[in-house]
Design a binder for this molecule. Structure first.
Ligand SMILES: Cc1cc2nc3c(=O)[nH]c(=O)nc-3n(C[C@H](O)[C@H](O)[C@H](O)COP(=O)(O)OP(=O)(O)OC[C@H]3O[C@@H](n4cnc5c(N)ncnc54)[C@H](O)[C@@H]3O)c2cc1C
Length: 482
């Protein structure tokens, strides 16, 4: 009799009868792929090309029932299970080597209720899908800066972008969700229904079940906003980054100004002599009235002597795709990131030092400016504890040749380590790499024990472990006892 080898949750090799696989596949509307199928290789690819894993099976779910069947099948066979939304997480946990990968990319529908200003969003939707659909009504919710990122993973880890200072994290705008938990039950969660699960979903990063639908609050935004870039020479970095830090401390919530230290891409508005030169770029967006935005952002032009500026009224949905060309899938990527509540001169100098040693033309250090509305939510109100993060630095190693893996990773690790004494010690789970499991507890800080209790209730066997994993309370006690 035919059978298929697979890896269990404990990474043991077991066999499942082909007849059982066939019976399972018959339940999944998008079909189930194995290694011999033509679509298998494309389906197992994720954004980060350093991730090259081969699941035993890929279930292409199209309905809630498909997801329930897949969770049931994985549970019955104790099969290693992964969940893929947009496939952007740097750690590549969307793909289970030897296990079952739930591919949700076909569940991409979006429904906008313009009257209520809400959006119902499928778990395969990308940020660009939601931005486009909501902007058709002049609405938006805070999302990230790369339009091909998945709404699902971004939301479950917290989610921040240009609207966060004004409207909070993505999770602060989550009104409810449908979730298939480890027992394969489909649950509706909101502030009034399964409140503990709803609390844990908002930052708990996929540890509690498979979300099959999200409901978001939307806000009037744009459609035109004041946005763009100001580019300075790297030689002025010390002066302009201090000026940026001081300015951002008092900026209005509508305005977000990020800092990016990198080699200049060949942007058409830059003089050719600047292409490839070390620069400091301030991307910015003001999400209120366009003229007020121009006034509010004017000081960014006075930090020093800019090489070039590209600022003006811009469609919000277009600005949400502006960085896509620098963040295309298929590159090799490694990230290290720190949260900061303040940026001391010493911390800025360390970033400048690391940017002076960039190991390649696509590498960068970016610092997102947060605070505002997100920091006015209490740390215990949702699973996302790091409300004191006024800035998140991401050291982004990006390259194309596998022979550079160690060199670029070493640079990123060093930059992270050097800056760590100045950082809060917390982390953003959506930015943690697969070798950072030890940072998970610190990233959840005082919320971690409650998360472990909720995990114990809804996933005591840790079926959902392909993530930045929250260990169920009882298993953690066993691990801790001698
Ligand atoms: C180029 C780039 C730019 C980014 N910019 C930002 C940014 O501006 N702001 C920001 O906050 N983040 C940003 N991120 C980080 C991003 O939030 C995370 O990578 C996020 O996990 C991506 O979600 P995904 O669905 O695409 O990823 P996936 O890799 O598909 O999913 C990540 C994890 O989420 C869980 N998951 C996914 N879908 C579900 C589901 N339906 N149910 C349960 N669990 C699920 C799984 O554990 C999975 O391993 C960026 C990432 C990239 C690569």
């Amino acid at each position: 009799m035919h059978s298929l080898p697979y890896l269990t949750l404990d990474k043991d090799v077991r066999q499942v009868r082909q007849a059982d696989v066939d019976a399972f596949a018959a339940q999944i509307h998008g079909g189930v792929l194995g290694a011999a199928d033509a679509a298998y290789d494309a389906a197992r690819k994720v954004w980060n090309a350093t991730v090259d894993r081969r699941p035993a099976l890929i279930a292409r779910c199209l309905t809630d029932r498909d997801v329930q069947a897949a969770v049931r099948f994985a549970g019955e066979h104790r099969m290693l299970l992964s969940v893929r939304g947009g496939g952007h997480h740097i750690a590549g946990n969307a793909v289970a080597e030897g296990g079952l990968m739930l591919d949700l990319s076909g569940m991409r529908t979006i429904g906008i209720d313009a009257g209520k200003r809400t959006a119902r969003v499928g778990p395969g939707a990308l940020l660009g899908d939601l931005d486009r659909a909501a902007q058709a009504h002049g609405l938006a919710t805070p999302l990230g800066i790369n339009s091909t990122t998945g709404v699902a993973g971004l939301t479950l880890g917290g989610g921040f972008g240009w609207l966060t200072r004004r409207h909070g994290l993505t999770i602060d705008n989550l009104l409810g969700a449908s979730v298939v938990t480890a027992d394969a039950a489909l649950r509706t969660v909101s502030a009034n229904s399964e409140p503990d699960l709803f609390w844990a979903l908002r930052g708990g990063g996929g540890n509690f079940g498979v979300v099959t639908s999200f409901e978001f609050q939307l806000h009037p935004v744009g459609p035109e906003v004041y946005a763009g870039l100001v580019v300075y020479p790297f030689a002025q970095a010390r002066q302009i980054l201090r000026a940026w830090r001081d300015f951002t401390a008092g900026a209005p919530d509508e305005l977000s100004v990020w800092a990016v230290l990198r080699k200049a891409p060949p942007l058409p508005f830059l003089p050719a002599s600047a292409h490839g030169a070390d620069v400091v770029i301030f991307p910015l967006l003001y999400c209120g009235d366009v003229e007020a935005g121009q006034r509010a952002a004017a000081p960014v032009l006075q930090f020093g002597d800019p090489i070039a500026t590209y600022l003006g009224p811009t469609p919000y949905a277009a600005f949400q795709t502006a960085f896509d060309p620098l963040l295309t899938p298929g590159g090799r990527n490694y990230w290290k990131s720190n949260n900061f509540s303040t940026l001391s001169d010493a911390a800025l100098d360390l970033m400048i030092g690391a940017a002076g040693r960039l190991p390649g033309p696509e590498c960068e250090i970016f610092v997102a400016q947060l605070g505002g509305a997100m920091s006015r939510v209490k740390p215990a109100a949702t699973a996302f504890v790091g409300r004191d993060a006024r800035y998140i630095m991401n050291v982004h190693g990006r390259w194309s040749d596998a022979r550079d893996d160690d060199r670029v990773r070493a640079w990123a690790r060093q930059a992270f380590q050097d800056a760590a004494p100045h950082a809060t010690g917390s982390g953003y789970v959506n930015f943690l790499t697969e070798d950072e499991a030890e940072r998970v507890a610190a990233s959840y800080g005082s919320n971690y024990p409650r998360l472990q209790d909720v995990k114990q209730r809804f996933d005591p066997g840790n079926l959902f472990r392909m993530n930045l994993n929250i260990v169920p309370a009882e298993a953690a006690q066993l691990q801790a006892s001698p």
